[in-house]
Design a binder for this molecule. Structure first.
Ligand code: F0G
Length: 420
């Protein structure tokens, strides 16, 4: 019930701290937000959400970036580099090619460490300070570790990251290393790394900053606020659909929460909410499977593989929040092959927008849905691109053209390029 688009504003329970509390989405259990460390419900182990007694509307937002939306966040400011305020690119040739009414690309690769994870960390690391924890940790396909390392460094806190050995793109490992995270390479996939980090967190060894941490998703909500505000400023209406890559389904859950809060505040009508449309790589598509099967739970895929290593995930932990988001907004989910991801990466690059493979999945998914007639030609669409091209230099190099060797003279160069 609590995840319905038209859920009413709640009044603060006794556990609330200044109108903020944690609530279990499964059993409704309510907890104080900052008294002790918890990631899931004490009673039923369900996922927690941050709840507020006050729901802000557009007039309550001022400034730039994630903290523009402080009225919808648990603090006034956080550990900031700063993050957010990313471009909403126009891509006219791609729009024409895909045949939709409007198409904009929200490029989250333009955040300080090159992915949307920074939005979650600016809030999450602030909460870690509030709780007074010692060591921060995450499992990661790469971007979370880069962001945690940078924000942890900024806050002067120790960071530990667990990565699936051999499956993290070079740029991301380089970031985590230089920002001085302790990097453990695990002989297993991302899901196995997350199992271990959860165990460490449950034993009190680390403060977990994966998207299972409800405060991270508060920061990521601001992607939704930014898209809606800018789209409305440009066109006087909200987009019909937001297409995004899905790994752990944190963003899907966060965007849905942003929409619910805006509807509760009266800032948006329920029928104006964009259709959340998730895209996964065909080799790692448990969410798509659950949507297609009409299932309430996802089936964990033990074997996953894709060129889009950022979303090489078989057990999306935020599925209980994200499945209602996709369904509740009338959206859908679709799986795309690696070749289509690389082609979409080239499509975006031709518009000057450089993204890593997982990001391009959104555009590949939109193309597939258009081809299948599941997205209409009259729709206004926003595709989310989640990480920068330089995150995965090897994939970019593979997708692009080859350098051509040439002799060291102007004549040789002229001859080579076929000039007269
Ligand atoms: N795109 C990129 C570039 C990512 O790094 C991730 C997740 C996603 C999409 C999926 O987002 O989990 O909210 O559905 N990366 C995580 C990491 C898992 O460890 O960096 P989601």
């Amino acid at each position: 019930m609590s995840l319905a688009l038209d859920a009413p504003v709640q009044s603060a329970p006794p556990e609330a701290d200044d109108g903020v509390w944690l609530e279990c989405i499964a059993c409704g259990g309510q907890f104080a937000p900052f008294e002790e460390v918890r990631f899931t419900c004490d009673d039923c182990d369900g996922l927690l959400e941050v709840r507020y007694a006050d729901q802000p509307t557009w007039d309550d937002f001022s400034g730039e970036g994630v903290w523009r939306y402080a009225a919808a966040l648990p603090f006034e400011e956080g550990v900031s580099l700063p993050e957010g305020h990313t471009p909403l690119h126009e891509v006219p040739r791609l729009r024409e090619d895909l045949g939709v009414n409007r198409l904009r690309v929200k490029h989250e690769g333009m955040n300080p460490t090159g992915s949307f994870k920074d939005r979650g960390m600016t809030v999450g690391v602030r909460v870690a300070e509030e709780l007074g924890v010692g060591r921060l940790a995450c499992a990661s396909t790469g971007n979370t570790s880069a962001a945690l390392a940078a924000y942890g460094a900024r806050a002067g806190l120790e960071t530990l990251v667990l990565l699936p050995a051999g499956k993290v793109a070079a740029g991301k490992v380089a970031q985590a290393a230089l920002h001085d995270a302790r990097i453990l390479e695990v002989d297993g996939n991302f899901d196995a790394c997350l199992d271990i980090v959860q165990d460490l967190a449950n034993r009190g060894e680390v403060y977990l900053l994966n998207s299972l941490n409800p405060f991270r998703l508060e920061g990521q909500k601001t992607i939704g606020f930014e898209i809606l505000e800018e789209f409305r400023d440009d066109y006087g209406r909200f987009p019909d659909r937001i297409v995004l890559p899905v790994g752990n389904a944190g963003n899907t859950a966060a965007l849905f929460k942003a929409f619910r809060e805006l509807v509760a505040a009266g800032a948006m009508d329920a029928d104006e909410v964009p259709k959340l449309t998730g895209v996964q790589a065909a080799g790692a598509a448990p969410m798509v499977e659950a949507i297609e099967d009409g299932a309430d739970e996802i089936r964990r895929w033990e074997e996953v593989e894709t060129i889009a290593t950022a979303i090489r995930i078989g057990n999306p932990v935020n599925a209980p929040k994200a499945l209602p988001g996709i369904r509740g907004t009338g959206g859908t989910a679709v799986a795309v092959e690696d070749e289509a991801i690389t082609e979409a990466q080239r499509d975006l690059a031709r518009e000057g927008v450089g993204v890593e493979p997982a990001s391009a999945a959104s555009v590949a998914g939109l193309r597939k849905l258009r081809e299948e007639g599941r997205v209409d030609a009259d729709e206004d669409v926003v595709c989310l691109t989640t990480g920068h091209l330089l995150k995965d230099p090897d994939a970019a190099y593979e997708a692009g053209g080859d350098p051509e060797p040439v002799a060291n003279s102007t004549d040789a160069v002229l001859k080579h390029i076929g000039a007269k």
